[in-house]
Write a protein that binds this ligand. Structure first.
Ligand SMILES: [Zn+2]
Length: 213
């Protein structure tokens, strides 16, 4: 797959962490706890710099806070989380270390987006109700849906699957191995837009500062 220059630059500035591999709907941790658990895990000594590929050259550099919107009792809840940055002693580039619970450049957690899409695909409530409950604009739901369908199709094509799984089954069977394999295959996190400049929130949505990484 060919990468655009902006995508390649975007990818080069982050290191995604994968340490939880069970099905996402079986994870008992909250999204915040999931992020904390993966953020606290040590960087492997042989972890390579995403830019120059030097091994063992990444050192703690700085940290910053960003917002995370996760579902709590069915409602959106906004929390602050800490993102650690590392610097490569070889090339000098810095990289944010991003938990697999997060969608880079989105304030909403991966599970928040997937749970909202699952509600939509099940069709048990009207779109406006689902969006009101999630605190998002209808246009945001459709943007997530289009991204989900594109990434699902990418994955199905990579697997040479002749018959695609239904969207709800795809969401329900998703696990950490899938997230890691998707990232390693396409150098892109599942449901990650290709650029960081797209505002996640629209007027009337949950008010969150824009999310870095
Ligand atoms: Zn480097």
């Amino acid at each position: 797959m060919l990468l655009s220059l902006s995508q390649a630059i975007l990818i080069a500035t982050m290191i995604q962490i994968f340490s939880i591999f069970c099905k996402l709907n079986q994870i008992s941790l909250s999204d915040r706890q999931w992020v904390e658990k993966e953020t606290e895990s040590l960087l492997s000594p042989d972890h390579a710099c995403p830019v120059c590929h030097a091994h063992g050259s990444l050192s703690p550099f700085a940290s910053y806070t960003r917002c995370l919107v996760e579902r709590e009792k069915g409602k959106p809840a906004v929390h602050e989380i800490v993102i650690k940055r590392f610097q490569c002693r070889s090339c000098g580039h810095t990289h944010a270390r991003v938990s697999s619970a997060l969608v880079p450049y989105s304030s909403y957690s991966l599970r928040f987006i997937l749970q909202t899409l699952r509600d939509y695909f099940l069709g048990r409530a009207c779109v406006q109700y689902i969006c009101d409950r999630a605190g998002i604009a209808v246009s945001t739901l459709y943007r997530w849906k289009n991204l989900f369908i594109r990434h699902k199709a990418l994955w199905m094509e990579a697997l040479k699957e002749l018959h695609a799984a239904r969207p709800v089954e795809f969401v329900e069977n998703m696990d950490g191995h899938f997230l890691q394999n998707f990232y390693q295959t396409f150098l892109l996190s599942f449901l990650q837009s290709r650029h960081s400049g797209h505002p996640e929130s629209s007027p009337g949505e949950v008010k969150t500062p824009s999310a870095a990484t």
